[in-house]
Structures are given as structure tokens and as C-alpha cells.
Design a binder for this molecule. Structure first.
Ligand code: GLN
Length: 259
């Protein structure tokens, strides 16, 4: 009898111990870490207006910077922004170089294998930019042409997968592609709709075709397992979507970035 009690007591102790530490371990400490550091680190590529661009003071401005600032404010920390190549952002989120990838980033199934995504905050499409008077009138006409895209983006994927016999020129930024198109080095650009408007506004002699090519949604990339951070990000995004702030920010930065 005695040994049975001892055995039960031991089993109970093991269960209590395991559940205590099990609970502690399953609670992701990301928020604690961010609060301790006093800063939320956003990773982006600041050449994608109106979502991110360099403002007059050379600081990163844009819809995404404002959204990230609202998340930082909710956490009571300051926002730090790291400007890097777009095609390195997913890996940098995975390795913990920053807390959030906020870069007009389309939530794709492929990327979702590497990172978690917040709720969607923008619905958009890929568009085609051509020089005025170009013989390219539809996506079909792109076949066999030299098409500029931004490296590692959904525009790159679309052009690579769906345009037959196209030569793809991959640029670091959409702005670089815009300059190459204006200079006649390429025949067209495939890029997200709102940045496409900005490229057309910034370069004389370019026009947008009105055929939407894809359906995609932007979301914020978060390291897998950082569920406590994701919860706060979603809460802030849902509020900014509901009260019209996201729309207002797009309008404001479409106008500001075009100057
Ligand atoms: N939305 C596109 C993508 O996710 C482009 C993003 C960007 O260039 N910043 O690939």
C-alpha cells in the first residue's frame, strides 16, 4: 500500500512538473522579448511606393511603415525599419533579423511554408506597364518580349510561369525597372497595381494596360510560432481596416509618393 501511494505521489509530481513547464514552454515569449528590447523591427524594401519609399528626410515612409508604427504603439515600443532586398525578407524573418516582414508582400502558399501570415490587408493584382504607342495591348502580346520584373516577386513568378517565350529582366526594385522601360531597354513591366501607378507617374511616356493579371492579397510575414505577436498584429490590422485607416493611408501615400 505504502509503495502504491509513493508511486501515485511521484506520478502526480511528474504530471504537475511537466504541465507547469509544458505550459511555460508553449507560451511564445516573443512579445516579452520585443518589450524588453523596446523596439519592433520591420523588414522591408523601401522602393515600392505607396507601401514603402524613402521620404524627404530619407526615412522609410509609406502605408506599411504607418501600419507597423501602429503595431509598435500598441506594444508600447519604438519602431525600427530595416531596408533590404525584397527577395531576402522571408529568410530574414525566419532567422529573426527582424520581427515583421511588411513589404506589400503577397501571401502566397509557397511563402506560407516558410513564414506565418497575418490577416490580409490589401487586395490587388499584377498589371502591365508599356511605353505609349507600344504594340503590346494584352498579356498575350508579351510573349517573346523583354519583360521587366522585380526579382523574387509575384510579378516575377507570373512572368516566368505564364508568358511564353519571354525574356525576363529581373531588377532589384520596381523603380529600376521603370527607368529601364522609359529608356527603351525593355518592352514592358509586370508589377503590382499601385506601385505600377507610381512608376507611370514618375516616368514620362509610360502607360498602364487595364487588364488585371492576378488576384493577390498583402499580409504581414511573421516567424512561424510567434503566435502572440501575430495576435497583436491581427488585432491592429483588423482595427485599421475596419475604421478606414488602411484606405486613408493608401490615398495619402499615393499622393505623397508621387511628388
Ligand atoms: N506583392 C509582390 C510580392 O509579394 C511585390 C512586393 C514587393 O515588391 N515589395 O511579391
Amino acid at each position: 500500500m505504502k509503495t502504491l501511494y509513493k508511486g501515485l505521489a511521484l506520478a502526480l509530481a511528474v504530471i504537475l512538473f511537466a504541465s507547469f513547464f509544458g505550459c511555460a514552454a508553449s507560451k511564445t515569449p516573443t512579445l516579452d522579448k520585443i518589450k524588453k528590447a523596446g523596439k519592433l523591427v520591420m523588414l522591408t524594401n523601401a522602393a515600392f511606393p505607396p507601401f514603402e519609399y524613402l521620404g524627404d528626410d530619407n526615412n522609410v515612409a509609406g502605408v506599411d511603415a504607418d501600419i507597423a508604427a501602429a503595431i509598435a504603439a500598441e506594444l508600447g515600443v519604438k519602431l525600427e525599419i530595416i531596408d533590404m532586398d525584397f527577395d531576402g525578407i522571408i529568410m530574414a524573418v525566419q532567422s529573426g533579423k527582424g520581427d515583421l516582414g511588411v513589404a506589400g508582400m503577397t501571401a502566397t502558399e509557397e511563402r506560407a511554408k516558410s513564414v506565418d501570415f497575418s490577416v490580409d490587408y490589401v487586395s490587388t493584382t499584377q498589371m502591365i506597364i508599356v511605353p505609349q504607342g507600344s504594340p503590346i495591348k494584352t498579356a498575350e502580346d508579351l510573349s517573346g518580349k523583354n519583360v521587366g520584373v522585380q526579382l523574387g516577386t509575384t510579378g516575377d513568378l507570373f512572368a516566368t510561369d505564364y508568358i511564353e517565350g519571354a525574356e525576363i529582366s529581373r531588377f532589384k526594385t520596381g523603380s529600376d525597372a521603370g527607368i529601364a522601360l522609359a529608356n527603351g531597354q525593355i518592352d514592358a513591366i509586370v508589377i503590382d497595381a499601385m506601385p505600377a501607378d507610381q512608376i507611370v507617374a514618375a516616368n514620362a511616356g509610360l502607360v498602364l494596360l487595364d487588364e488585371p493579371l492576378t488576384e493577390e492579397q498583402y499580409a504581414i510575414a511573421i516567424k512561424k510560432g510567434n503566435d502572440d505577436l501575430k495576435e497583436v498584429v491581427n488585432k491592429v490590422l483588423e482595427k485599421l481596416l475596419k475604421d478606414g485607416t488602411v484606405d486613408a493611408l493608401i490615398e495619402k501615400h499615393m499622393a505623397a509618393a508621387a511628388n
